[in-house]
Write a protein that binds this ligand. Structure first.
Ligand SMILES: [Zn+2]
Length: 421
């Protein structure tokens, strides 16, 4: 492969303002060499063949929160009744799936992610089932190995177990492009001491980790007062007497802060139920925020407080959550869902959420933007921009159109991998 020069009607750089009539030069190794107005860039690279793109070019997308592992649950978990009925159905249906069904669905999703133009994910997993499929499809990012359990002794053992499980199953981890970190599930399903331990370990090892936080009102009423719909669920599902559980009597974000979870390397996922004073703390601490609007709409018929976040300078990333609560794993469809419901937010900002904000949340400055030296992958959506239409607006108006990889990120061949079911 030699260096390539793309001259496009519109360029979306990911970390800057999109512009018309732009050019991107990519080295033979897939690194961005230069990006700018075509009139500036083209004369400097007269030796290269110009590939003319009628449409827009943009960097590989970042799906900062997903559970590819749950792909076989597609269409099996009805939404709209709130989190507790949803999760109850999820945990009762999941064991009924057979292994081949799970594997096939995971493979299909990993291929779909690549087809949507995904460069990296934040994959939250219990069984590490999607690691091989993601690697084979050239998708990088983080594998967040979820730990939960409200029984202190049991969950502390599980933290140890997660370590050895990883070592055992991945004598050779498939790719350096996918990093691994244990992660607490939520503050109401993971014992506080375990949350503290997981966060401390992540900090000491320089890892990014992830936490579902302030997703729904049931979480708040449990943490703030030990009441609400989760109490019955603890009793029925886990056989626990809610009266014997101890609750912090703090808001989700205040409790997260007390446990050390407000940290630039801990992804706060959802915040759909976060209150203004909680968003103030998140903004002050510089926590990366990941929104999954289509999942929140599906489960709770609720949207994250995007405008209140933007007002406070929070720059959220986007994620799809799983196919148990979403129609697809296409992160650009999340940006489009927000565009439809928050028409005042510029399209360019929404595309940045699906690219550069995601890359920053995952601590991957090499992805999500066209900047010299980065290797984000280059995508195109072809078509004619309307008069006065910006490139990001065009992209969001055409989320259902095919996306073409002009430059793919390197696929990792994993011939020696065992099956990761
Ligand atoms: Zn999730």
């Amino acid at each position: 492969m030699r260096a390539r020069l793309f001259h496009a009607d519109g360029v979306i750089p990911g970390d800057g303002v999109p512009f018309l009539d732009g050019a991107v030069v990519v080295s033979q190794t897939g690194a961005i060499v230069e990006v700018g107005k075509a009139t500036d860039v083209l004369p400097r690279h007269a030796e290269l063949n110009v590939e003319r793109i009628r449409g827009v070019v943009f960097p590989g997308l970042i799906n900062a929160h997903t559970h590819v592992e749950l792909s076989a649950m597609r269409g099996k978990v009805p939404g709209g009744a709130g989190f507790v009925p949803w999760v109850e159905r999820l945990v009762t249906t999941r064991p009924e799936l057979d292994e081949s069904e799970v594997d096939e669905a995971v493979e299909r999703s990993a291929r779909d992610l690549a087809r949507y133009g995904t460069a990296a994910v934040g994959e939250v997993t219990n069984a590490l089932s999607a690691v091989g499929a993601l690697a084979r499809n050239g998708i990088g990012g983080w594998i967040f190995h979820e730990v939960f359990g409200v029984d202190r002794a049991q969950v502390m053992k599980r933290i140890e177990g997660a370590r050895s499980e990883r070592a055992e199953r991945f004598a050779s981890w498939p790719t350096t492009d996918l990093a691994y970190a244990p992660a607490p599930h939520t503050l109401y399903t993971t014992h506080p001491d375990a949350v503290r331990e997981l966060l401390a370990n992540a900090r000491n090892e320089g890892l990014v980790t992830s936490l579902h936080l302030a997703e729904h009102p049931a979480e708040r009423s449990a943490l703030e007062s030990g009441e609400g719909p989760l109490m019955g669920w603890y009793q029925q599902r886990l056989g626990l007497d809610p009266a014997k559980l101890t609750w912090p009597h703090l808001s989700p974000v205040a409790f997260a802060e007390q446990l050390g979870a407000l940290d630039p390397r801990v992804l706060l996922v959802h915040l759909a139920d976060a209150r203004p004073e909680e968003l103030d703390r998140v903004a002050e601490k510089g926590s990366p925020v990941v929104l999954c609007p289509r999942s929140n709409l599906y489960i709770e018929s609720r949207l994250p407080p995007l405008l209140a976040m933007i007002e406070r300078g929070i720059e959220p990333a986007l994620g799809t959550d799983s196919l148990a609560s979403n129609a697809s794993l296409d992160v650009l469809a999340e940006a489009r869902a927000l565009a439809d419901r928050f028409p005042g937010v510029p399209a360019a900002d929404l595309v940045t959420m699906a690219t550069w904000n995601g890359a920053q949340a995952l601590s991957r400055p090499d992805l999500g933007r066209f900047a010299p030296g980065t290797q984000p992958g280059v995508l195109a959506v072809e078509g004619k921009l309307a008069a006065g239409q910006g490139p990001a607006h065009f992209l969001l108006a055409n989320v259902s159109k095919d996306r073409r990889w002009l430059v793919r990120r390197a696929k990792i061949e994993t011939p020696t991998l065992p099956s990761f079911s």
